[in-house]
Design a protein around this ligand. Sequence first.
Ligand SMILES: [Zn+2]
Length: 286
Amino acid sequence: MISPPTMERRFLFIGILTLKTALHIGGSWTVGSPSDSPVIRTPDGLPFIPGSSFKGAFRSAVEKLALAAGLASCALLEGQGCIGAQGKEQDDFNRWRRDSSTGDANYRDKLDQNLCDTCKLFGSPYAASRIYFADLLPPEEDRFAASMIQVRDGVAIDRDSERAVDRLKYDYEVVATAQTFQVTIRLEGPTNNDLALACLGLKEYTSGFGHIGGKRSRGLGACRIDDLKVFVFDLMDATIEERGRRLQKYLLGKTPAEKLTLVPDAQTFLDEKIRTLPIFQGSHYA
Ligand SMILES: [Zn+2]
């Protein structure tokens, strides 16, 4: 029998993303910009970072570290033993699913065994993501719209010769260095591995090793997350009385601070969770 979903754990990460270099995320909806390659804007003309773009960049950062940390990550490549990536493993699994008459429990076990740790956290064709990224908007106090978008000149490259094409210049827009954006990342019902992987990604971004957007070969899109705040709602490690207290606080509160518990020191929190990864457990290299 399948039990109904319950909310046992939720984590909220809020911070400010600051651009260390200019940023280019192209968009088709651009309020009549004359540029050949405009940046994506809100209907009000503000540059923003779609949550899906940030999720993609954050996922790559985590995938690069997951294997080293002792967890599995297919990086969405075929042949890594994960059905989250397109290819033979996914085809074989789809065939098994079509032909088998086994119940839901069996299906879930099979998913658990055949999805890598990063596909479990970030989602796959079979199971929803457990991490959510809101669109990143400039904070109210940082909306000096006139200077936030700049135009740069590029040179068109001939695809066959890979040489610059004479007189074929184009321009592209960037969001200027030092522009800030509000970050909101939510974890819903994560396992301890999910939480540790999310903290691994956050550690990269708070250390200034984050990237986002396109044209990275031109040095664009380096960024850092500052002022990270971590809010926790966790019934898993609580006594019955404490569960009741936390639930009441959650149900009656309006803001994240009222509903969830603010962690005293975000960096200490990240480090504690990262230390739960297999690489920090004694047996990993045994
Ligand atoms: Zn995978």
